[in-house]
Design a protein around this ligand. Structure first.
Ligand SMILES: [Mn+2]
Length: 384
């Protein structure tokens, strides 16, 4: 049986106010084309389908159109909610998408075990969406109340995985899909910091050895997790921040069968909106911008300068409209990262002076300080 394991689409994501959905649309198109061409039996979508709990209508349309294309190609889909998704939103969509052979699991439950009928036979799937504490703590296991109260968050996740996987019947491939942080995974720079901390991490030993595969979402770097059974993070479908520039993005092709070792292959997609971080010298700036403007992608431009220059960001954006972020770095700025003494932060004018000094290598002019003071007064009046 051939599966396509994907996760972390983050539809509706913006980078410096630019929507990244254009690149996502192309990647989703390639994903569906691949599923059709390679005769994939089912698609597993392991959470963070949307970037926020109130996704824009255009992003919703993009996701639903993709799911409908898979339905029209007779490829069943299973979806779980991630920490960025709205549990209620997916719950509301459930009855509609059931008609299109899309199985949605948004809430934590000991009963989230489904048999998905595919062209190559049935597939038994246990689903564990993002186990947030509020949804996890009301779940009861077969223990006395007093014992249950002693269970930590990780204990509860472990118990839930056990209970779910015990429900998986034999005779067909048995899988677990979860949106979860597993200890020791290599993280990217775009996951929410708390959600990848040790507080919300579980050891991979909690996955039962008799499963055929664990399809994971949450961590944005695609990887095979060190675990007793084959477990992978599909990673996000395309780069989402300049810190991820150049990292491989795509999905996993997974071959599973009863009594056979599971085989996985990472399928890399070339991003439609590649992200580039460029460090340029002021002397050759114009010339280099002209060249960059010929290449597709979104840019973060860092310019090395001898002296501060007003209007530089406007000049850069005029020549390279895809420069979403512009930073300047003064050659004399050796003390740029010096920390400002905390007591000085109490005086806003002094803080502003220090900021100007570290950012532009010189003290602000009197006129600029006056302007800063008038803005400060305006703000004080507004917030009073
Ligand atoms: Mn994510």
């Amino acid at each position: 049986m051939r599966l396509l394991h994907t996760a972390d689409w983050h539809a509706g994501r913006h980078l410096s106010r630019r929507s990244l959905d254009e690149g996502l649309e192309k990647s989703l198109g390639e994903l569906v084309d691949y599923a059709v061409r390679e005769k994939v039996d089912a698609v597993l979508l392991a959470g963070d389908v949307f970037d926020g709990t109130k996704p824009p209508p255009s992003s919703q349309q993009l996701v639903y159109r993709t799911l409908m294309r898979l339905y029209l190609e007779k490829i069943p889909v299973a979806v779980i909610a991630g920490n960025h998704d709205s549990v209620g939103h997916w719950h509301a969509l459930k009855p509609v998408f059931e008609l299109a052979n899309v199985t949605i699991v948004s809430e934590l439950s000991t009963g989230s075990v489904h048999t998905i009928q595919t062209r190559s036979g049935p597939l038994h799937l246990a689903s564990l969406p993002w186990p947030n504490e509020r949804l996890l703590s009301p779940i009861r296991f077969e223990q006395s109340d007093a014992d249950e109260l002693k269970l930590t968050w990780a204990d509860r996740v472990r118990r839930l995985v056990q209970v779910l996987c015990n429900e998986l019947k034999p005779g067909a491939p048995r899988l677990l899909m979860s949106h979860l942080m597993v200890n020791g995974s290599r993280v990217s720079c775009t996951e929410r910091k708390l959600s990848i901390s040790d507080t919300y991490a579980v050891p991979s030993e909690i996955f039962p050895k008799d499963l055929n595969y664990v399809a994971l979402g949450h961590v944005h770097t695609p990887q095979t997790v060190a675990a007793p059974i084959k477990s992978c993070y599909a990673g996000c479908l395309r780069p989402m921040d300049f810190g991820e520039a150049g990292e491989a993005r795509g999905f996993y092709r997974v071959e599973v069968g009863v009594g056979k070792p599971t085989e996985t292959e990472f399928v890399e997609l070339s991003p439609a909106q590649p992200l580039h971080q460029m460090e340029l010298q002021r002397e050759t700036l114009e010339q280099e911008l002209d060249q960059l403007a010929q290449r597709p992608g979104l840019y973060k431009v860092i310019v090395h300068l001898q002296t501060p220059e007003t209007g530089l960001a406007d000049l850069i954006r005029k020549k390279l409209p895809n420069a979403l972020m512009v930073r300047t770095l003064l050659t004399s700025q050796s003390h740029a990262n010096d920390l400002i003494a905390p007591e000085k932060l109490l005086d806003p004018v002094e803080t502003f002076r220090q900021f100007h000094q570290s950012e532009y290598g010189c003290a602000p002019e009197g006129e600029l300080v006056d302007l800063f003071l008038s803005l400060l007064k305006e703000d004080a009046l507004e917030t009073a």
